[in-house]
Design a protein around this ligand. Structure first.
Ligand code: G6P
Length: 607
């Protein structure tokens, strides 16, 4: 989603702004722009499409100044175009905005009636005119912003520049995150700490309703009632060096290959390898006495909770409900006494997940979250946080965040089982041991990369692909289909194998590949039956299974991907890898934009 950077500095600011926007590219965008003060006057460059277009424009038509704001826009109100790209500005004020102003039509009518002339179709432009209207009434910039903020309904993060004021930048947040960075004699604003990583490691996160006035040396934060407040300045561990592609062609490929390391890091933070027991930090409740876990998330993170439901039920006999956060937040679901709301999110900023969390809190639930960004809003609003140690994930399609979420959820299921007395020490040791071995098994699976690439070459001309799985592998079928469609734009559907006869079987012919995730285990024979049914209708099966499974039904498959033999408990983590690689190689060979697929955003901070 949209990204913001603001720099109040001492050197030429345009290249620094474009660099900052580059670090925000991973969030997804379709236009970009910057504004600076050049001899006190607001100057802008904006362009549709990729940042390279903006960089070219600035090369052809340089822009001066030492203070500036920049933005990557993911279109909501108004199509992606240069005119609708931020910053929005008139001769007095320039603004970049993330989020949605819900009452913009009403405000626009009112401002037009006062003589303001609008240039764009966006909701954001009203902010420029609201502030200018206050400045026209001789208010100071601070007072003008304070008054304008009170008129805005909806969600926003803002960075604001004022003509003639080289020493002043104002930021504000409600709903969308905004971080303030402290440099030496320079100050920064960023929609996340990654944007500011190479500039400073001293960051302060604004809280809900806060706004901030920056000058060259300091930041004064005010709360929503305009009272000055102190917000903690933290040292962040992010560094600019962490976000290169290294030897890989795409960030997604790099992130797939990082999985043995980051799953290992995450498991090491939760499992004592000597005693083979799970030791969870920061869980402020008795896990044996939870009436129900209600898990909410979006996209790939939702599929992690779908796997967790099987684990919690099978290992801990723990009642669990899962829901997509955007549905749950409006369902008015009654929540039980003694219940836990469990929220899973890579970014920790997904607006629907955050809103579902707030609803669960109002309903008296204890809030646990599994997040990859420890400073995020979801983490900050939780009673307990179980971090995934995946490091920054830049590819829009989630990979290492997903498998580390699974690693944390598996540990949590074991801890709940132990607390509820459904597993004994021996079973806990067996399950922990199978998790401890996952990073090594993932490394083995990655050795099939070239073979999977060759199979993907067969997928690039297909129109539809089906994914089938049962039990713990059903969510992996869903995740495989999501990955393929979002990256390669090939229509794909994931199905519980047992549901195939209830509809999808009608689609099967020789042009529809069926990818079957079927490790040996209790449900294998059932899925083997489905493979026969696909073959009988001429469908081409791509079988992902272990040696025993391939020996049993491999002859009916067009391709087989051989997986290590593993405890069925950890199969969802392992079987995520081949479906990621299939989607990656299909997209890379088709030539789509793997790291930033069209229309998608990394972090969905608007509804
Ligand atoms: C977007 C991303 C997905 C991600 C989902 C949830 O759709 O493209 O990769 O799974 O948001 O994001 P979160 O940050 O909450 O995990």
């Amino acid at each position: 989603m949209c990204g913001i950077i603001g720099i109040l500095g001492g050197k030429a600011v345009a290249p620094l702004l474009i660099d900052g926007l580059r670090r925000l590219e991973y969030r997804g965008y379709d236009s970009a722009g910057i504004a600076t003060l050049s001899n006190g006057a607001i100057d802008r460059r904006r362009s549709e499409g990729k940042l390279a277009n903006l960089a070219d424009l600035v090369d052809r038509d340089p822009i001066e100044g030492t203070i500036g704001i920049g933005h990557t826009r993911w279109a909501t109100h108004g199509r992606p175009s240069e005119a609708n790209a931020h910053p929005h500005a008139n001769e007095r004020v320039a603004v970049v905005h993330n989020g949605i102003i819900e009452n913009f039509q009403e405000l626009r009518r009112e401002l037009e009636a006062q003589g303001h002339v609008f240039e764009t179709e966006t909701d954001s432009e009203v902010i420029v005119h609201l502030i200018s209207e206050q400045l026209n009434q001789q208010k100071t910039p601070q007072d003008a912003v304070a008054a304008a903020l009170k008129r805005l309904e909806g969600a926003f993060a803002l960075a604001i520049l004022f003509a003639g004021r080289h020493d002043l930048m104002i930021g504000a947040r409600r709903g969308s995150p905004l971080a303030v960075g402290f440099g030496s004699g320079e100050m920064y604003l960023g929609s996340d700490a990654l944007a500011l990583a190479p500039l400073t490691d001293r960051i302060c996160y604004l809280e809900e309703g806060d706004w901030v006035v920056l000058d060259h040396g300091d930041a004064q934060v005010f709360d929503e009632t305009d009272q000055p407040v102190a917000r903690e300045v933290k040292q962040t561990a992010l560094s600019g060096a962490m976000i290169g592609k290294g030897q890989y062609r795409h960030f997604m490929q790099k992130e797939i290959y990082e999985q043995p390391a980051v799953i290992g890091d995450t498991l090491h933070s939760l499992i004592n390898p000597m005693s083979r027991t799970v030791e969870l930090p920061d869980v402020p409740l008795d896990l044996g006495k939870v009436s129900r876990f209600t898990c909410c998330a979006c996209g790939t993170a939702h599929y992690a909770t779908a796997v967790a439901k099987y684990w919690f039920e099978q290992i801990a006999r723990q009642p669990v409900e899962i829901d997509i956060a955007s549905e749950f937040r409006y369902r008015e679901a009654p929540m039980p006494e003694g219940g836990v709301g469990l929220f899973v999110s890579q970014s920790g900023e997904t607006i629907d997940t955050l809103s579902a969390l707030r609803y669960a809190k109002q309903q008296g639930q204890t809030i646990l979250s599994i997040v990859n960004v420890p400073e995020s809003a979801i983490a900050r609003e939780s009673d307990g946080v179980l971090p995934t140690l995946a490091g920054p994930e830049i590819g829009v399609a989630s990979t290492k965040a997903f498998t580390t979420q699974l690693a944390v959820l598996a540990c949590l299921a074991i801890a709940v089982g132990r607390a509820r007395g459904t597993i004994d020490g021996e079973q806990e040791a067996r399950l922990s041991q199978s998790l401890i071995e996952v990073p090594a098994r993932v490394t083995e699976v990655l050795q099939s990369d070239a073979a999977i690439k060759a199979i993907a070459a067969d997928l690039i001309y297909t129109r539809d692909v089906l994914y089938l799985g049962r039990g713990l592998l059903f969510p992996i079928a869903l995740e495989g289909a999501l990955k393929l469609k979002e990256l390669s734009y090939i229509h794909a559907e994931g199905y519980a194998a047992g549901e195939m006869k209830h509809g999808p079987i009608a689609l099967i012919d020789e042009d529809v590949p069926v990818i079957v995730c079927a490790p040996s285990g209790p449900l294998f024979e059932k899925t083997a039956g489905n493979v026969q049914e696909v073959r009988a209708r001429g469908g081409a099966v791509i079988l992902i299974s272990d040696r025993a499974g391939i020996e049993r039904i491999g002859e009916y498959a067009r391709h087989c991907i051989e997986m290590p033999a593993i405890d069925p408990f950890v199969a969802p983590i392992l079987y995520s890898i081949p479906v990621q690689l299939l989607a990656y190689h299909t997209a890379a060979q088709k030539g789509t934009d793997v790291d930033q697929p069209r229309n998608l955003a990394k972090s969905v901070t608007v509804e």
